[in-house]
Ligand binder design. Structure first.
Ligand SMILES: Cc1cc2nc3c(=O)[nH]c(=O)nc-3n(C[C@H](O)[C@H](O)[C@H](O)COP(=O)(O)OP(=O)(O)OC[C@H]3O[C@@H](n4cnc5c(N)ncnc54)[C@H](O)[C@@H]3O)c2cc1C
Length: 378
């Protein structure tokens, strides 16, 4: 049932992304983590390779990668820098509403922007609408042939660097989740402004900002799906995108495990390498078990997506297990490195900081458990 064998072309692509990560991303990571500056030079190279638009179909000029391939490449990028992998992942996340519900004209509009080198941002969260996404207060009022948008979006990945947004707004707050609609909004429309960049604990290479909409006018044909379908579109999008958060988490876990194996062979205490102690060997074995299990859950969810089979529960399971694993494995890696793991002179503490967000965004792991339990009890 699970045939996920790769073509020669796909294997070559994975190899070239591995090399890109090692030669271009890895050397720059420490400096970006300190400065928190958006790495346009690296992101522009990814744009040139088309990797900022992984799910965009070939007929719209994109690479048209399967979910399995997107996950494998996200894992490879995350081994170098989960922040850069998040930048790319957010572009995929933003593309799904268009892929799921866009008309031909909307696909052309949005994918042309993406393929001309623009980044994208998915604008759902607000100061008072986090886990409770149905509490969105940004309004969309229809005036003739236009919608007028007003509100504040918060914690938006790529918020300050995107050329196009998908925005979720309510047309009738009394209707709750049934009042939400989804829109394509180009960044250069009058009335859009961007707040200060979040000074984050981790994934500091990624850009996270507020996005303010003040009387932003968009043509009525920028509505995605039908009025009132916004919540459904947001949830379907997150179901599809969550395995990529899982894949980034797997990249983090694998990088932490690899570094721990190397260090434990080199570091000598009591006249022998620390890896000679069974206590550490068992830690390494557990890290490997959890990382492998996470990878297969992510690939299984992606396989189900590619096969057109139901994937909501499996996607939430993959995201939850992989991100909990990344937190555990990176914390254990700090332990294996001892005091050096706690030092910013070594790359390990950054992995632990980067891992934390994977348990929070695209729905916290508590929200994932609500999704999973909801499906189990349906
Ligand atoms: C770096 C970063 C990037 C982000 N990128 C984006 C983006 O691109 N687009 C976007 O729209 N959003 C984005 N977000 C927002 C992110 O999805 C939210 O932060 C997340 O969904 C949680 O919302 P909240 O922060 O308001 O926390 P809250 O919803 O206030 O939750 C606080 C705590 O309460 C728990 N909780 C809440 N309700 C329940 C419940 N019913 N049962 C059990 N526990 C509960 C949560 O799990 C959490 O532990 C990003 C956030 C960050 C930090």
């Amino acid at each position: 049932m699970y045939d996920m064998s790769l073509t020669e072309e796909e294997n070559l692509m994975i190899q070239s992304v591995k090399e890109f990560t090692q030669t271009t991303i890895a050397p720059a990571v420490k400096e970006i983590d300190i400065s928190g500056e958006f790495p346009w030079d690296i992101v522009n190279k990814l744009i040139d390779l088309g990797l900022h638009a992984m799910p965009v179909p070939a007929e719209y000029g994109g690479p048209g990668l399967s979910s399995v391939m997107s996950a494998i490449l996200a894992e490879e990028l995350a081994k170098g820098c989960p922040g850069i992998a998040t930048t790319v992942g957010a572009n995929g996340l933003t593309s799904y509403p268009i892929l799921l519900t866009g008309t031909e004209a909307q696909k052309k509009l949005y994918f042309d922007l993406l393929m001309s080198g623009k980044l994208a941002a998915f604008c759902l969260t607000e100061p008072n609408a986090g886990s409770d996404a149905g509490a969105v207060a940004t309004t969309a009022v229809k005036e003739g042939g236009e919608y007028v948008l007003n509100g504040q979006k918060t914690f938006i990945t790529n918020g300050g660097v995107a050329g196009v947004y998908t925005v979720f707004a309510t047309q009738d707050k009394s209707k709750g989740i049934k009042g939400l609609s989804a829109f394509i909004v180009e960044r250069d429309r009058p009335g859009i402004s961007v707040g200060k960049e979040e000074n984050k604990m981790g994934i500091r290479a990624s850009n996270t900002t507020d996005v303010f909409l003040e009387n932003v006018r968009i043509p009525a044909d920028h509505l995605l799906g039908k009025e009132g379908e916004g919540f459904k579109i947001a949830m379907q999008t997150l179901d599809k995108a969550r395995p990529i958060v899982g894949a980034i988490s797997v990249g983090l876990s694998q990088a932490a495990l690899d570094a721990s194996i190397k260090y434990s062979k080199e570091r000598q205490q009591f006249g022998k390498p620390i890896c000679a102690n069974q206590a550490l060997q068992f830690m390494l074995a557990d890290m490997a078990i959890q990382t492998e299990a996470a990878r297969w859950l992510v690939h299984r969810a992606c396989y189900l997506i590619d096969a057109g089979l139901p994937y909501g529960k499996e996607s939430a399971i993959a995201k939850t297990f992989a991100s909990d694993t990344a937190m555990k494995v990176t914390t254990d890696a700090v332990q294996i490195f001892g005091g050096y793991g706690y030092s910013r002179d070594y790359p390990i503490e950054k992995m632990m900081r980067d891992a934390k967000i994977m348990q929070i965004f695209e729905g916290t792991n508590q929200v994932q458990r609500m999704v999973i339990a909801g499906q189990l009890l349906r």
